[in-house]
Design a protein around this ligand. Sequence first.
Ligand SMILES: Nc1ncnc2c1ncn2[C@@H]1O[C@H](COP(=O)(O)OP(=O)(O)OP(=O)(O)O)[C@@H](O)[C@H]1O
Ligand SMILES: [Mg+2]
Length: 328
Amino acid sequence: MPEVITFGSATWDVFLKMPQDQVIKSKDFPSGSAVAFNLGSKIDLEDMYFSFGGGGVNTAFTFMNQGIDVAYCGSVGNDIPGKEIINLLKESGINTDFVQRVDKPTNNSVILNTSESERTVLAYRGASELLNMEDVYWSDMNEPSWFYIAPLSGTLSKSTEEMVSFAKKNKIKVAINLGNSQIAMGREKLEQILKKVDVLLLNLEEASLLTHIPENDEIGIMSELNKIHSGINVITKGAEGVLVSDKDVLYNAFSCRVKVVDKTGAGDAFGAGFISGLIKSNYDIEWGIRRGIANATSCIKVPGAINGLLKEDDSFEDRIKVEKGKIV
Ligand SMILES: Nc1ncnc2c1ncn2[C@@H]1O[C@H](COP(=O)(O)OP(=O)(O)OP(=O)(O)O)[C@@H](O)[C@H]1O
Ligand SMILES: [Mg+2]
């Protein structure tokens, strides 16, 4: 039986490398720049490639690469990408017993990469939303030690509670990386769900959204997060680093300086790397942070969300410093 089951989307990602002159700077956009096309033009791309991704698939690959038995539970379409995703998972040694095929196209993302480090994603949320929880053979599942729940969007977000309740009943630990649809459920509802969760992972923007505290007050956000969820709380801050709290102990680590080729999957790589580190070190949080950062750094150095993930024996954690203090 798998030691970890991952939940979340499976997508067919198409990466397009845009010519730089498609980027315009303008204060009219929140980020200060935009990708723009002349209406009716045909634009030559510098490069393109396909890859599989989606939170559930990305995180399953990290666990598999780390030598942890893993199954993916999610749904794909009755189409060629759906078939190919299942083949790839199987060939890679990821258990597919809980994968459903549904009558809607497989999720698809078109990722516009410019020479800036940010990318723009056009997302079609298809089959992944249609995972039918009644068709999941829960009875076959009561052996794993962990559920890793990647962001569940659209209607699938409603299944969050069922997943964590099943886990709690069966003494399965839960790590959850909430997405925007889940954060939109509101604090009261989430507090109920998070009582059954061991590790909560958010990026700074999401943590700010959930706590209603501005992003520049990281410690304030973490203190508030500890009121909402009493287990381990993780806030990733992109190029800046990571904050982790476990009760009143606060860990702070910096990101590695690296040339970002493609940021897709960074959050998944950190989260699943962190949990892999915990599992393999008998719950040493510092080790989890090092594995998470090492895996995310390795992920963003190459194109695609799963191509750069660390292998079990790759290691450069020694270079990652983790500071430990108290929340006052
Ligand atoms: N520009 C960067 N330089 C170095 N490391 C980075 C950079 N961006 C992300 N990382 C690494 O990836 C981790 C997760 O990144 P981030 O906080 O941006 O997550 P996210 O916003 O959830 O990502 P995603 O867009 O994949 O959901 C960071 O903690 C860091 O280790
Ligand atoms: Mg994220």
